[in-house]
Write a protein that binds this ligand. Structure first.
Ligand code: F6P
Length: 365
């Protein structure tokens, strides 16, 4: 096997806490191992297509473990197979296949292995590059925790901590005013973030995409609590939650994106319906990008460093086109193409759901 002399690192998709810890873990492993050189690709695949590459040395990789975001920048709109080139005279968007441009960047900078820190969208984008000859290793990250093949992703535990803190704070104000407080959390089509935050905060109602809700069941539940001393209720609502037989609420369509739908708005809808049907004053808080920002929790620093250094070991062993994964407490290597295009959703009988139901949490079903 050809000796690895230079590696590249790219962060793709939405950012999350712990990306810099992963960049540092890969980069320092390489630099301390026989002096392999390290370069970073700016802004995800956009930088690979546009040949925006920077050298990463010990100076660039030091002091970043605790920082949120990504020092490389990222992008959750750009795909090598569908690169947005602007519009033609009639205003129609123009796209091109930029796989060759990506491969030219890889060749020009002599990148022997590309480490891709991303989610399912980013890994799906690697497919044509792998077919074109790229050697890559994937590291799973997303606050949604929805990557197929791994029990945990970088960013999830920090986002859960933020979600829990927000729900905890809504408790005291909801209690004081005897209100229903609905908090909308991110997570796309997966309920992991809302479920874990709801469980950790003791939310009264948890609404997730995997369990469509009946608003009348929720109303009956919050009314049953009205007779309690305070009568307030806390509802953790995933942005992807939907009523039985109904649709998810889309907040925007991003034309340039290969994954154009952004969810949002269901929390407000649920609060409005509850107030209309029960007369209980209801308020909505949407956490939005607060869940993705800021410094990583200790757990994410640990998992990011562990994933990153394990990914480097895979490269050293020549196990390319794999993704590091946490499975039942063990680090494993999965075929990156097997994880692409799939989502890991919450199983209806998951132990978190059973635990929540055991303490009388309502799922609206
Ligand atoms: O995938 C991470 C995530 O934060 C989702 O939870 C959310 O639906 C989406 O990204 C938001 O994307 P954007 O940053 O483009 O608004």
């Amino acid at each position: 096997m050809k000796r690895i002399k230079r590696i590249g690192i790219l962060t793709g998709g939405g950012d999350c806490p712990g990306l810099n810890a992963a960049i540092r873990g890969i980069g320092k492993s390489a630099l301390y191992h026989d002096g392999i050189e390290v370069v970073g690709i700016r802004d995800g695949y956009q930088g690979l297509i546009e040949n925006r590459v920077q050298k990463l040395g010990i100076d660039e990789l030091s002091g970043i473990l605790t920082r949120g975001g990504t020092i490389l920048g990222t992008n959750n709109k750009c795909s090598p197979e569908k690169y947005y080139e602007g519009r033609d005279e009639s205003g129609t968007p123009l796209y091109s296949n930029a796989v060759d441009r990506c491969m030219s960047t890889v060749e020009e900078h002599s990148i022997d292995v590309l480490f891709v820190i991303g989610g399912d969208g980013t890994f799906t984008c690697t497919k044509p590059l792998v077919e074109a000859g790229l050697r890559c290793i994937g590291i799973p990250k997303t606050i949604d925790n929805d990557i197929y093949g791994t029990d945990l992703t970088i960013g999830f535990t920090t986002a859960t901590r933020i979600g829990t803190m927000a729900l905890d704070r809504l408790h005291s104000t909801g209690n004081s005013h005897h209100r229903v407080m609905v908090c909308e959390l991110m997570g796309r089509n997966a309920g992991w973030l809302t479920l874990a935050s709801g469980l950790a905060s003791g939310s009264d109602v948890i609404l997730i995409p995997e369990i469509p809700f009946d608003i009348d069941n929720i109303c009956a539940f919050v009314e049953s609590r009205r007779s309690d001393q305070s009568g307030f209720s806390i509802i953790a609502c995933a942005e992807g939650a939907r009523p039985l037989g109904g649709e998810q609420v889309v907040s925007m369509h991003i034309e340039k994106s290969h994954d154009p739908i952004r969810l949002g708005g269901i929390g407000r809808h649920v609060a409005t319906m509850i107030e209309e049907k029960t007369g209980i004053e209801s308020r909505t808080t949407t956490l939005g990008h607060i869940q993705r920002g800021g410094e990583p929790a200790a757990t994410d620093r640990v998992i990011a460093t562990t994933f990153a250094t394990a990914a480097f070991e895979l490269a050293m062993r020549g196990e390319f086109n794999t993704m590091v994964a946490l499975c039942d407490g063990h680090i494993e290597a999965k075929n990156i193409l097997d994880t692409a295009g799939k989502q890991r959703l919450v199983p209806k009988e998951h132990r978190f759901i059973r635990a929540a139901r055991a303490v009388r949490t309502c799922f609206g079903d």
